[in-house]
Design a protein around this ligand. Structure first.
Ligand code: FCB
Length: 495
């Protein structure tokens, strides 16, 4: 068998979901920042909430049946933080019982759990935490809901301890059967959308303070990893950063510098400290300049305290790679402080790809070669012990057609090309151990509500019915053969 046509027999084949996006039954959970956020006028496209979602909480057996039909050996799901710690501090045994039973059921079916501790549904109670960086000022509104004042949640260092308590509760209950853990999901997205732009919960829009939230979020990873390794030194622990490879729009030194700068903001800021390199100096200088320009009463040294970088470093046993698309960047004019003079926040412009490129239904460029580049880069720059693709998938809105099926051939093409990209990276040495497709089923896509569909199963929200898409049939063939099938599932012609 040639190295670049098939996956090894022990490859982790899985799908990914998160609690708030699929579970529903928010009446049985504590208030989460997403419950609060979804009530705010304008926050969610179409006005959706997590109240019902895909009704997975009430019917976990249906999800398990899907996992079996897909033939996956791994399931990445998250435990609802606000469900387990309704008041932010005290574990709810009934919620732990639910996940306890679920993990048992996965075990009975021979499916390995890969558990995310924080996939964004933080208890709203933790928004009352306070810290020295708080302000009463509402942030600048970018889109959607009116921002709330920048205080609470990850802006407070006390959130780190609260997250460690949640981790203790979950690992104490599930740690005898769960070995692979994701502490924090997508630090950059939480920092950017949750605290800088206010378009995700908790809806804070404060550029300078977003770096505070991002740092505490990374300290949360360190603290949770210590809890997990303390309970089980062999536990496999990582984060799932949203990694966007950054490419220059042209080959000029200016555009190349812009791409490298953006890489510092999006990727290196969260990867370097995990791998013992500390926060990257170039991006540190940019953040310091941003804080000065914003005239906030603190500097980066007040936020990143002595010992903090050590508390984040060398705890990752794998990198969970969430990959959807890339960024293409161009230079912008800058002043003596290194910041742009044209009103932008950072010294680069996201210009996107030139020309007619393949795109998903939300115009994100489909660029599998960037995944190969990314995996090789993680292998080379971080000597990543293990790489697991923890999210990757296609946003395509195909619905049921004449034959009652969903012929989502664009999602199949997306999977086909991205799986090939992984084989290419493996052939060049990258240690990629697994692939978790986002997502098992269509679900609540955060601020975009229920419009975007990423699932291998179609979920009809009006009737709560599910349909296996052609991409699911294709993926089941992948998991069965460890190969990329040469042909797509057949379609019976209409008429
Ligand atoms: C990622 C999130 C995941 C889902 C996908 C499409 O940013 O982690 O919950 O929304 O994007």
């Amino acid at each position: 068998m040639s190295a670049n046509t098939s996956f090894p027999p022990d490859f982790l084949w899985g799908v990914a979901t998160s609690a708030y996006q699929i579970e529903g039954r928010r009446d049985l959970a504590g208030e989460s920042i997403w419950d609060e956020f979804t009530r705010r006028p304008g926050a969610i496209e179409g006005g959706g909430t997590g109240a019902r979602a895909c009704e997975s909480f009430d019917n976990p057996e249906r999800d398990i049946a899907h996992l079996k039909e897909l033939g996956v050996n791994t399931y990445r799901f998250s435990v609802g933080w606000s469900r387990i710690m309704p008041d932010g501090h005290t574990p709810n045994q009934a919620a732990l019982d639910h996940y306890d039973r679920f993990v048992d059921r996965l075990g009975e079916e021979g499916i390995t759990p890969l558990v995310t501790l924080n996939h964004w549904d933080m208890p709203e109670a933790l928004m009352s935490l306070r810290g020295p960086f708080d302000t009463d000022e509402p942030g600048r509104q970018v889109a959607g809901a009116k921002p709330r004042p920048a205080r609470g949640g990850w802006l407070s260092r006390d959130c780190v301890g609260a997250f460690a308590k949640h981790t203790e509760a979950v690992a104490g209950r599930l740690g005898d059967r769960v070995n692979t853990w994701v502490t924090q999901c997508e630090p950059w997205v939480v920092q950017l959308l949750g605290y800088q732009l206010g378009i995700h919960a908790p809806g804070i829009a404060d550029l300078a303070r977003s770096v505070v939230a991002g740092h505490h979020f990374m300290l949360g990873h360190g603290a949770a990893a210590d809890v997990l390794h303390g309970l089980n030194p062999n536990a496999q622990v990582g984060t799932t950063p949203s990694l966007y490879p950054c490419y220059p729009a042209t080959d000029t030194p200016e555009d190349r510098a812009a791409a490298w700068g953006s890489d510092g903001y999006v990727n290196r800021w969260f990867l370097d400290p995990q791998f013992g390199k500390g926060y990257p100096a170039d991006m540190r200088a940019i953040w310091e300049a941003v804080l000065r320009r914003q005239s906030v009463p603190f500097a980066l040294d007040d936020v990143i305290l002595p010992g903090d970088e050590d508390a984040i470093a060398h705890r990752a046993d794998f990198i969970g790679v969430n990959f959807y698309t890339r960024r293409v960047l161009a230079a912008v004019p800058t002043g003596p402080d290194g910041l742009p003079t044209d009103g932008r926040d950072f010294p680069w412009a996201v210009v996107g790809p030139q020309g007619d490129v393949s795109r998903n239904d939300d115009s994100w460029e489909v660029v599998p070669s960037a995944l190969t580049d990314l995996l090789l880069r993680l292998h080379n720059d971080y000597n990543a012990p293990r790489l697991i693709i923890t999210e990757n998938g296609g946003l395509y809105g195909d619905g049921l057609t004449h034959d009652g099926r969903v012929h989502d051939n664009r999602r199949i093409a997306y999977l086909r090309t991205h799986l090939q990209a992984i084989l290419d990276a493996r052939a060049q040495g990258a240690r990629v151990d697994g692939y978790m497709c986002w997502s098992l089923l269509d679900n609540f896509e955060w601020a975009m509500g229920y419009r975007p569909r990423f699932g291998l199963y179609h979920h009809d929200y009006a009737t709560n019915t599910r349909t296996l898409k052609d991409s699911g049939i294709f993926y089941a063939e992948v998991t069965r053969t460890n190969k990329i099938p040469p042909t797509d599932p057949p379609i019976t012609p209409y008429g």
